[in-house]
Design a protein around this ligand. Structure first.
Ligand code: CTP
Ligand code: MG
Length: 233
């Protein structure tokens, strides 16, 4: 069985408000993107496809893949305007995969434990995603901001990555999505599989440290978290 990771780093990082795309900003002297590639490199994963901006492909090859010796990164491909375009380019670049582990390059604190959990779950369920139960009570509001519903907290999860699928399932789901005339708004891969197939997606426990670097304050949090990892990196 061939396990392939697609690491996404083609976003513009508009919420970070930085001139340098957030995946290349540094945490403790290393680029955000370094950390998840390190975990993939040291894991059971057979191959990594790195998806980045068209004008960042050369930079990624020399300054990240070669510089840190990531031998499992076999391809650096250009992504697209939306996250789902980037995922699709990644899927096209690994057609021989049995299982694909789609991961946000902006989530540096993935771990071997999360990867092992992901593998066990995808082998059992064919479709799964990292997540954690929410800590806050979540409200559904109307368009004017008034609370209309309060879902039972124990059943509400925040979804993270990796999101992991049997290649055939996720490829079919994306082919179907991209062929639609009026595409629904999709923000992650579980939504694509939920909407386009009948396969249920299992959520498995990851970690509250598996944050996505999204806004400037996340970098401060990341500097704290990285101290706990110093024995690994
Ligand atoms: N991503 C991507 N291609 C895109 C958009 C996003 O590969 N067209 C990747 C990002 O690089 C990131 C992950 O998807 O690793 C999660 O996306 P997000 O946090 O939304 O990153 P950005 O889109 O870069 O940030 P923003 O939404 O603030 O612009
Ligand atoms: Mg985005």
């Amino acid at each position: 069985m061939r396990h392939v990771a697609i690491v996404l780093a083609a976003g513009k990082g508009s919420r970070m408000k930085s001139d340098i795309p957030k995946q290349f900003l540094e945490i403790d002297g290393k680029p955000v993107l370094y950390y998840s590639l390190r975990v993939m490199e040291d894991s059971f994963i057979d191959e990594v496809v790195l998806v980045t901006g068209t004008d960042q492909v050369a930079y990624c090859k020399t300054e990240i893949v070669e510089r840190y010796g990531f031998s499992k990164v076999s391809k650096v491909v250009a992504g697209g305007a939306e996250r789902y375009h980037s995922v699709y380019q990644g899927l096209l670049a690994c057609e021989d995969a049995d299982y694909v582990y789609i991961h946000d390059g902006a989530r540096p604190f993935i771990s071997q434990q999360i990867m092992n959990n992901a593998r066990a779950n995808v082998e059992q369920y064919q479709a799964c995603a990292a997540g954690m139960p929410v800590k806050d009570t979540i409200k559904i509001v109307d368009a004017s901001g008034f609370a209309v519903e309060t879902p039972q907290r124990s059943l509400v999860w925040q979804v993270q990555t990796p999101q992991v699928f049997s290649y055939k399932i996720v490829r079919q789901a994306y082919d179907k999505l991209l062929a639609m005339e009026e595409m629904p708004i999709v923000t992650d891969d579980t939504m694509v599989v939920e909407t386009m197939t009948a396969i249920p997606v299992k959520l498995f426990d990851a970690s509250y440290e598996n944050i996505k670097i999204t806004t400037p304050e996340d970098l401060g949090v990341a500097e704290v978290f990285v101290k706990n990892l110093s024995k690994i990196f």
